[in-house]
Design a protein around this ligand. Structure first.
Ligand code: TYD
Length: 221
């Protein structure tokens, strides 16, 4: 058992995680809790290089297994360099994406299945589990619409052949969304599902409610 608290944020691209994680960090600071903010992929010098490799290879046909292996390589480094040291010294770690992302995107989206992801998590991450996972999932149709609009904007900037929101991508998005739901149903004690088209303030309220409950249970703050 560590002294610290490990909280992860999850959701589809464009779900507002980044805004919420910053607001939560401010709230924790106001309550006098020392917080380490990190994200995956990235968050360490080695991880940033892995992130660049992953983002550069978008569209160049990176194999799903390669993608999954790189996500775990990044995570192993983040755990060793950032997450464990912070937890051992009693800090709150806020991590933007963790293994649930690999299960949703590579397991669900890329159809590798949950099994290899969970097995690798045991082997590579010592099965480290967050104390709490905040999963922001808007309804599927509006989130597909936002992704379409985002890709259209990108198309206008770099030409129509890149990043087109093709049918395949739509099916991918749907599989990620479904896998996230499956994870939430499987682990209701760890995962707080914040669903629907809620305002930024409302989502923050829900997050704070869940975090305050956790702090109380852990007798922190
Ligand atoms: P990023 O720009 O950080 O997006 P976001 O702000 O939505 O988190 O890009 C991270 C991308 O990597 C995002 O599309 C999700 C994907 N990803 C995976 O496919 N598997 C993983 O294990 C992780 C951590 C991220």
């Amino acid at each position: 058992m560590f002294k610290g608290i490990f909280i992860t944020l999850e959701g589809l691209d464009g779900s507002g995680k980044t805004t919420q994680i910053k607001r939560l960090a401010k709230w924790l600071a106001l309550h006098g809790l020392e917080t380490v903010l990190t994200r995956q992929p990235g968050g360490t010098p080695t991880g940033d290089r892995i992130r660049a490799l992953l983002l550069d290879s978008r569209g160049t046909g990176i194999a799903p297994m390669t993608e999954m292996a790189l996500m775990f390589a990044d995570r192993a480094q983040a755990i060793a360099e950032v997450i464990l040291p912070a937890l051992e010294s009693g800090k709150v770690v806020l991590c933007d994406r963790f293994t649930d992302s690999t299960e949703a995107y590579q397991g669900g989206g890329r159809e590798l299945g949950s099994e290899p992801v969970l097995a690798l998590h045991k082997l590579i991450c010592g099965n480290l589990q967050p104390d709490l996972t905040l999963l922001l999932l808007t309804d599927l149709e509006p989130s597909l619409e936002r992704a379409r609009n985002r890709n259209q904007r990108i198309d206008e900037n770099i030409g129509p052949d890149e990043n087109r929101f093709e049918l395949e991508q739509e099916a991918f998005h749907r599989r990620v969304w479904e896998k996230y739901h499956e994870i939430a149903a499987r682990e209701p004690n760890r995962v707080i599902l914040i669903e629907g088209e809620l305002s930024i303030d409302k989502v923050h309220e829900r997050i704070v409610e869940a975090v305050a409950k956790l702090l109380k249970e852990k007798q922190v703050g």
